[in-house]
Design a protein around this ligand. Structure first.
Ligand code: MN
Length: 244
């Protein structure tokens, strides 16, 4: 059987009603890489479903509430904050750690991983770096790359991508600030914004600040990231079946 990839969902209030949803590009990218997508609703019970999963994909979305990393409200205009989503995803990361699951975080997903392991976030990049010429909140289409990243040679992400320098898309106004203990910055934009983090070791734990799920068509490194993640999920599944 193919590996099952649990995928976190966005929570937004539309016309007064909360809804959980997911961009289909995440589903397509997981399927193309050989995984079975399992959508995880924003509720406490989703944590139980991880027992059935072979990996966890944390997706993009609204801002992480700064109270989750102990920061005061600095006057930033937040967008799309959801206490239910924050609570669900932080619990998913902790449960994935207990189960030793591979985890791949994208955009907000990278930020959630950093917070779950004790890091902090820059609440608003333009306020922190007013002189930066880089636009991390691009207006171009999602499948257009608009700024470059430099990856650490020898890092997992550089090996997978097959390159240490390429162009990515960018849809974030927050970024990782303090890096959690045991984690390594493996990718930066030219303004020093953290664009990729991983925890060295056997277990697959990687987060990227760009959106590879929207680049898979024309950007081989983007599809390779999903393939490598799903391979790690497959290896996890194989290891589990051996123990049954
Ligand atoms: Mn960026």
């Amino acid at each position: 059987m193919k590996p099952i990839v649990g995928i976190s969902m966005s929570r937004e209030v539309t016309e007064g009603y909360p809804r959980d949803f997911l961009r289909a590009t995440y589903i397509d990218a997981v399927r193309q890489a050989g995984g079975v997508p399992l959508l995880l609703a924003n509720c406490d019970e989703s944590v139980q479903l991880l027992e059935r999963c072979d990996g966890l994909l944390l997706t993009g979305g609204g801002d992480v509430d700064p109270t989750t990393f102990g920061a005061p409200d600095d006057g930033t205009e937040w967008a799309g904050v959801s206490a239910d989503r924050d609570r669900t995803e932080l619990a998913l990361v902790h449960e994935a750690e207990r189960l030793n699951l591979p985890v791949f975080g994208i955009c907000r997903g990278l930020q959630v991983m950093a917070v779950a392991y004790g890091g902090t976030l820059i609440q608003d990049i333009p306020r922190r770096r007013p002189d930066s010429a880089l636009h991390h909140s691009q207006k171009e289409f999602r499948e257009e790359a608009t700024h470059s990243v430099d990856l650490e040679p020898g890092s997992r992400v550089a090996r997978v991508a097959g390159s240490t320098h390429f162009e990515v898309n960018s849809f974030h106004h927050q970024a990782v600030d303090r890096v959690p203990d045991g984690w390594r910055v493996v990718g930066r934009a030219s303004d020093q914004t953290i664009e990729a983090l991983e925890r060295p070791g056997e277990r697959y734990l990687l987060g990227v600040q760009w959106h590879p799920e929207d680049l898979t068509g024309a950007h081989p490194p983007a599809q390779h990231l999903f393939e490598q993640f799903v391979e790690a999920c497959q290896a996890f599944r194989a290891g589990r079946e051996q123990h049954v």
